[in-house]
Design a protein around this ligand. Structure first.
Ligand SMILES: [Zn+2]
Length: 407
C-alpha cells in the first residue's frame, strides 16, 4: 500500500520514491511507488497531475491521471509511454502540478466551509460533493433552499474565509471522533480517521488535500441550485475559479448590455421590454396576414373554376409558409362551397387540402395518397389535411395531380 505523503503534508510538491512496478492497465501504463504525494481521485476530489523523472538519466514523464487501486490501496500513476528509464527498484522523483493542486485545495476546503455553514444555519446535511472542471456541487439533504438561505450561507462562508482560521489535520479513532463532534463519520471501518479541523467552525473526516488556513480559499461564490433525487444541488466555485467565473459572467453581461445600449444592471428590464414589443409586433403581423388572406381568398374564389356545385381553387405560393396557406384554406372554404388545394415553397415546401364541410371529397385520404407517392409525411380529416413535399417542383406536381382527383 502506497504511503500517502499528502496525508500529512498537502503542500509537499516534490518527493523521491522507490519504483515498485510498471504495469499495463486497460491499455495504459501505471506506475506504483512506495510513497507518493500525488492525490488519486477519491472523496469527491479529482486527481493531481505532474511529472515523474529519473534522477539517474533526467528522463521526465507526464503523469496524466492518478487513480487508486481499491483492493491494494496502491496509488496508480498513469503515464503516456512505457518508460525505459524506470526500472523496479530505481529511485524516481515526483513533482506535482501545484497550480492544479492549489485549485483543488481551494475547492475542497471551500466545500467543507460551505457545507458547515448550511449545517450550522439550517441543519442541511451534505449528502455528496462533486468537483468538476468548471464548477463544484454539493447535494444538500433538504427539499428546498431559498435564495435568501443561499445568500446567508454564502455570507457566513466568506466571513469564515476572511477570519483566516487555521485548518489542521488530526487523527482519531471513530469513538474519539464521535466525542469530538465530527460532522460526518464514514461507515468504513478504519483504525484511525483523518480529520480536517477548521478551528471552532468545522471538524470532518476527510482524506483530501486542504489549505493551511481559510484565507487561502480566497472566496466562495454560490451559483445555481437545482432539485435532485437526494435533495437540492448547490453549485459553487472557490478561489481563483470564483474570480474567473465572475469575470466570465461580467463579460457576458457587458456584451448583452451593449446589444441593448444599456447598463448591465438594466439588462433584465430591457429584455422584458423587448419581449413585450416582439409580442405586440407578432400580433400586429398576424392581424395583417389575416387581412391579406381574406383578400386573397376573395380574389381566388372569383377566378376559380366551377366544378358542379363548388369552386376549385388550386394555387402555389412561392413566398408563403404553411401557417399562411392553412389560414387561407380556412378562409376559402368558409366563404362559400369550395375545395382549396394549396402549396407553398420556401424552406419547408408544404401542401394543404381543404373543403367546405359537407362536400363529398376526403381530403385526409387524398393527402395520404399524395405524401405516400412523395415519400413524405402528412394527414388530416375529411375536410382539412396537410403534408410535406421534398422540394418545390414536386409540391407543384402534387398539386396538379390532386386537382385531377377532385370530384
Ligand atoms: Zn473533504
Amino acid at each position: 500500500m502506497t504511503e500517502r505523503l499528502y496525508y500529512t503534508d498537502p503542500f509537499l510538491n516534490e518527493f523521491d520514491a522507490r519504483l515498485l512496478s510498471v504495469t499495463r492497465i486497460a491499455g495504459r501504463t501505471a506506475v506504483t511507488l512506495d510513497r507518493s504525494a500525488f492525490y488519486p481521485t477519491s472523496g469527491g476530489q479529482v486527481f493531481d497531475t505532474g511529472w515523474l523523472s529519473s534522477p539517474a538519466n533526467g528522463e521526465r514523464l507526464r503523469v496524466r491521471e492518478v487513480t487508486e487501486d481499491e483492493r491494494s490501496g496502491d496509488v496508480l500513476h498513469i503515464i503516456d509511454v512505457e518508460p525505459s528509464c524506470l526500472q523496479p527498484g530505481s529511485v524516481v522523483r515526483g513533482a506535482i502540478d501545484m497550480e492544479r493542486r492549489r485549485d483543488h485545495m481551494q475547492q475542497h476546503s471551500g466545500q467543507h466551509v460551505i457545507s458547515a455553514a448550511f449545517e450550522k444555519l439550517y441543519d442541511f446535511a451534505t449528502a455528496s460533493f462533486h468537483m468538476g472542471d468548471e464548477g463544484c456541487t454539493i447535494d444538500l439533504a433538504t427539499s428546498s433552499v431559498t435564495p435568501q438561505q443561499i445568500q446567508t450561507a454564502e455570507r457566513l462562508a466568506n466571513e469564515i474565509i476572511a477570519e483566516d482560521r487555521p485548518v489542521e489535520i488530526r487523527f482519531a479513532t471513530a469513538d474519539e471522533a464521535r466525542t469530538m463532534g465530527v460532522r460526518k463519520i464514514p461507515a468504513a471501518e478504519r483504525e484511525k480517521l483523518r480529520l480536517i479541523d477548521i478551528r471552532d467552525f468545522d471538524l470532518n473526516a476527510c482524506g483530501g488535500t486542504h489549505v493551511r488556513s481559510t484565507g487561502q480559499i480566497g472566496a466562495i461564490l454560490l451559483r445555481k441550485t437545482e432539485k435532485v433525487k437526494q435533495g437540492v444541488r448547490v453549485e459553487f466555485v472557490c478561489g481563483q475559479r470564483a474570480v474567473s467565473t465572475a469575470r466570465h459572467d461580467f463579460e457576458t453581461l457587458t456584451e448583452a448590455a451593449a446589444l441593448f445600449s444599456t447598463h448591465i444592471w438594466e439588462v433584465p428590464q430591457q429584455i422584458s421590454k423587448w419581449q413585450d414589443e416582439a409580442k405586440a409586433a407578432q400580433k400586429a403581423q398576424h392581424r395583417l396576414l389575416e387581412e391579406v388572406a381574406e383578400f386573397e381568398a376573395r380574389h381566388l374564389l372569383q377566378s376559380a373554376e366551377q366544378r358542379g356545385a363548388h369552386k376549385l381553387v388550386v394555387q402555389y405560393f412561392a413566398e408563403r409558409d404553411l401557417g399562411f396557406i392553412k389560414m387561407l384554406a380556412q378562409k376559402i372554404t368558409k366563404a362559400g362551397q369550395a375545395v382549396a388545394l394549396l402549396a407553398c415553397g420556401g424552406a419547408q415546401p408544404s401542401l394543404v387540402f381543404a373543403q367546405t364541410p359537407g362536400l363529398s371529397n376526403d381530403m385526409g385520404a387524398l393527402m395520404k395518397q399524395v405524401v405516400q407517392s412523395l415519400g413524405t409525411r402528412g394527414g388530416g380529416n375529411r375536410d382539412m389535411a396537410q403534408g410535406g413535399a421534398p422540394d418545390v417542383e414536386r409540391a407543384r406536381q402534387a398539386l396538379a395531380a390532386a386537382a385531377q382527383a377532385i370530384r
